[in-house]
Design a binder for this molecule. Structure first.
Ligand SMILES: Nc1ncnc2c1ncn2[C@@H]1O[C@H](COP(=O)(O)OP(=O)(O)OP(=O)(O)O)[C@@H](O)[C@H]1O
Length: 863
């Protein structure tokens, strides 16, 4: 039975709200709950009560077993570090021994004295994996104790070069915890019995309920957290998720770290906190300094509640000036990136630490934190301590519900909202996270400051060495043709429609244009032009996957290399994208070499008089030209009724690219959602049949892409356009990625936070089903006026996506069973249970789709 069929069988009672995915088949309860989750190791041997007293305690932990043995996979950090090998592992009272197989009479492959094991920590290298560090130096029993909280002691330390790491991956989460418990109990350096050769500096990190603030945090994170409204409760519920999203946030906003110390944020037990920041810096007792993040003074979060500014931006002032960081969640304040000063190593490594160095653990705080720690596991495996943790596990969602209840939202059409507030919806994200073309974008004034963003890449060809320089004015939006008195000379030199009066050649002020109430290009102050140059220069230093000449050659092979100005009458600006402006134009002449034109392959070949959309891009302002080539290739190769048709492209000059597409006069789905009256409905201007129609059409377009192994990766209402014939088409292929036989999964984190699937937020491998998740979120946009968590700070939204999984609906009782069933198979956290586009197309939800003419009222606002 297909998933959609299965979903259709779900009874009414099951859908008071969409909920978590059904458990995957064949999984043990303990495994299933934690599928695909990465959790900190914070669990202690449950047979061993938390010990009291300080970390110098010499009491020997009770041994509850003689020996543990079982199959694992492992790899070391040596020559064969890429190889995972199956081994039989035995733990006795003195050694951790690896055998080739379970014939333990044979010689072992590796025998590690337990006295040499200096740290054990969970790692995300593999599912159910931990990292075991051993020191080759003989451990002196007379040296000082393992550095305790905040002590910063480094005496008795060994050189890190004498340390060796081995990664061990048992088969299941439960086995992993059993191994960790056992190792922990048996290793003296981990239990605090012996003197430390481990010079690591640990700082407790967590939330102090008494003061209501985070403690021991790197100061920039502390401020981000404060601003994001991630609460102590969130922290207690899932600190790993908090750290994950902080790291994500920091990476993708280019917030740099100041030094290269290797740091770990470790989640373990503690007094006021359940986490440690562990730094391997020997001489630094300052916890903040040990964390490779920007100085606290450099972050100046805007109080968006009280300002008209983009609520999702953070002001970051550094030595080089001011820049805005944060998810650029407003579409006109995009992120930017370049690749200079790459500093991938400065990213703090987040390694939940499995350690017993902390002291009194009977306090309420300890309990909470300990609960929290187990909570994280409880998503992976049923906690051995049962109810307490399970109860807590529900907390993030409860918190969210409370939060939402506290902030009831009344959907109003955008125009009304603008009228009443005098500003655009400050919560509406204005741009996706990583613009494939425009990793540098025009925005508010800022300076050039760049940080490596590990893993940022788009498409197969992208290098990993991309850096963000947030919100830099790196790309001037091309001048709207009619706003520029020298229009013909400077920018688009097509013929502006000659509508009798000069007046009509004058620009419609962009803000007044009905088709783009929300899409004004940010004004680019004069003073920024220098910075543009600087950034452009820096960008040239990056090593693109193709040389500039190769890119241009490729581009020339897919474009006409002539000036198309005489072929079109430019009518007006239709929209502003990150990489260029989009204009409505009318074709007055057919392309010169019409036989070769791609538009010949269209069902309806272009005619004189056709309205077209022309996206104009200044190539020298595009940091990633190869992505433009890629987008053109994807569009050229994707002829489908639900994909915006590419018609032709012109390289007018070496620097001036025009991409001609069919014109979608209805504008984007976002425009419709935000501008149509709600007709008395609380949130949505659209009926379920209308929604079903639009989702079905989008789904068909997606299925077409997926059949070609292309993932769109940025499905949202902004990237779905409508025309007056109620045709619904997907656009914006900048983020597209191609899956190949060799590479059937992706890991690059791209997209727009609120629409991102959990596996993307968690930086897991993913496939085309991320588009299905986004389609589900887009359906919620149509139902509720906006995607879930839009009122949240992006950091918090990421946390909620990571922890809540399937989002809740605001008014499920008002919705049909069909749409809830549909949502439940789109918004299924477990990818195996998430429907494919093909399965979705058989869903009964689509049988309620309206006729195309029933969409007409949605376009009324345009008139
Ligand atoms: N074919 C089209 N027909 C009508 N309007 C369009 C068309 N393509 C784009 N637009 C309008 O122009 C706006 C900008 O489009 P564009 O594809 O450049 O946006 P973007 O995705 O934000 O930018 P980029 O692709 O440069 O990252 C859209 O939001 C839409 O309103």
């Amino acid at each position: 039975m297909s998933l959609s069929a299965a979903a259709n069988k779900i009874s009414d009672n099951d859908f008071q709200n969409i909920g978590p995915a059904p458990r995957p088949p064949g999984m043990m309860k303990s495994q299933a709950s934690g599928y695909n989750q990465t959790k900190p190791i914070t669990r202690f041997n449950t047979n061993t009560p938390p010990r009291q007293g300080n970390t110098r305690s010499v009491s020997q932990p009770t041994m509850y077993f003689k020996k543990r043995a079982g199959w694992i996979s492992c790899k070391d950090d040596g020559l064969l570090s890429f190889l995972w090998q199956k081994r039989y592992m035995v733990l006795n009272d003195s050694y951790l021994i690896l055998y080739k197989n379970d014939k333990v009479a044979e010689d072992p492959v590796l025998q590690i004295p337990l006295t040499s094991i200096v740290s054990v920590s969970r790692t995300q290298l593999k599912q159910n994996c931990f990292e075991l560090v051993r020191s080759n130096e003989r451990v002196s029993s007379s040296s000082n104790s393992i550095a305790s909280s905040g002590s910063g002691s480094s005496s008795g330390g060994t050189d890190s070069s004498s340390r060796k790491t081995i990664y061990i991956s048992p088969k299941t989460e439960q086995e992993l915890h059993n191994w960790l418990d056992s190792i922990f109990v048996k290793c003296p350096l981990l239990s605090g019995v012996s003197s430390p050769t481990n010079f690591t500096h640990k700082v407790h990190v967590g939330f102090d309920p008494e003061t209501g603030s985070f403690v021991g945090m790197p100061s920039n994170w502390e401020k981000l957290l404060k601003h994001s409204r991630i609460t102590g409760e969130d922290w207690n519920n899932d600190s790993a998720a908090v750290i994950q999203v902080l790291q994500f946030y920091q990476e993708y906003n280019g917030i740099s770290n100041n030094n290269n110390n290797k740091s770990n944020i470790s989640l373990a037990n503690g007094n006021k906190a359940q986490s440690h920041i562990q730094s391997q810096s020997l001489n630094n007792n300052n916890s903040d300094n040990n964390i490779n993040t920007i100085n606290s003074d450099t972050i100046k979060p805007l109080n968006y509640k009280n300002s008209n500014s983009n609520p999702k931006d953070f002001k970051v002032t550094g030595n080089s000036g001011t820049k805005s960081a944060g998810f650029s969640s407003q579409r006109s304040t995009p992120l930017s990136a370049s690749s200079e000063n790459a500093n991938a190593s400065s990213k703090p490594s987040i390694t939940p630490l499995y350690t017993k160095t902390s002291s009194p653990q009977h306090s309420k705080v300890y309990q909470q934190q300990h609960q929290h720690s187990h909570m994280q596991q409880s998503m992976n495996a049923q906690s051995p301590t049962g109810t307490l943790y399970n109860k807590k596990a529900a907390a993030p969602r409860d918190y969210y519900n409370q939060h939402i209840q506290q902030q009831p939202q009344q959907y109003k059409p955008q125009q009304q909202r603008q009228q009443s507030s005098g500003q655009v919806n400050p919560h509406r994200p204005q741009h996706n996270m990583v613009n494939p073309y425009a990793l540098n974008k025009p925005s508010i004034p800022s300076t050039v400051s760049q940080v490596t963003i590990p893993k940022v890449s788009n498409l197969d060809t992208q290098n990993q060495n991309v850096t963000l320089s947030k919100l830099q004015p790196q790309r001037a939006a091309p001048q709207p043709p009619i706003s520029n008195p020298n229009f013909k000379k400077e920018g688009l030199s097509g013929n502006v429609v000659n509508n009798a009066s000069n007046q009509q050649r004058q620009p419609h002020p962009v803000a007044q244009h009905p088709t783009q109430p929300l899409r004004q290009a940010p004004k680019k102050p004069e003073a920024d032009s220098k910075k543009d140059v600087a950034v452009t220069k820096q960008r040239k230093q990056t090593k693109p996957s193709m040389s500039n000449a190769e890119i241009m050659a490729k581009l020339k092979s897919v474009t006409f290399n002539n000036d198309p100005s005489s072929y079109f009458n430019m009518i007006e600006k239709a929209g502003q994208g990150a990489s260029g402006s989009v204009y409505l134009a009318q074709r007055i002449e057919l392309p010169c070499t019409q036989e070769d034109s791609d538009s010949n392959t269209l069902d309806e070949p272009p005619q004189i008089g056709d309205k077209v959309a022309i996206k104009q891009m200044v190539l020298s302002k595009q940091p990633r030209k190869e992505l433009i080539v890629n987008e053109i290739l994807v569009m050229k190769d994707s002829r489908h009724k639900n994909i915006v048709n590419f018609l032709e492209a012109y390289l007018k000059t070496e620097d001036d690219l025009w991409v001609v597409m069919e014109f979608m006069e209805g504008g984007s789905l976002t425009d419709i959602i935000e501008n149509s009256p709600t007709n008395g409905s609380e949130h949505s201007p659209m009926t379920e049949p209308q929604i079903a129609y639009i989702v079905r059409e989008t789904c068909q377009g997606l299925q077409f892409l997926h059949d070609k192994n292309i993932i769109h990766r940025d499905i949202k209402s902004d990237n779905v356009l409508l025309d007056t014939r109620a045709r619904v088409k997907i656009t914006d292929f900048g983020f597209c990625a191609k899956l190949t036989d060799k590479r059937s999964k992706r890991a690059t984190m791209v997209g727009t936070p609120y629409w991102m699937a959990p596996e993307v937020v968690k930086q897991r491998e993913y496939d085309e089903k991320v588009d299905v998740w986004s389609l589900g979120i887009m359906t919620i946009e149509m139902l509720e006026g906006e995607p879930p968590y839009l009122n949240e700070d992006p950091l918090k939204a990421l946390y909620l996506i990571a922890t809540n999984g399937t989002p809740k609906l605001k008014s499920p009782e008002s919705l049909s069973l069909e749409i809830k069933r549909f949502l439940s198979v789109c918004l299924c956290v477990d990818v195996r249970y998430r429907a494919s586009t093909e399965e979705l197309l058989h869903h009964t939800f689509f049988s309620m789709a309206c006729e195309s003419q029933d969409l007409t009222p949605l376009l009324d606002w345009k008139r």
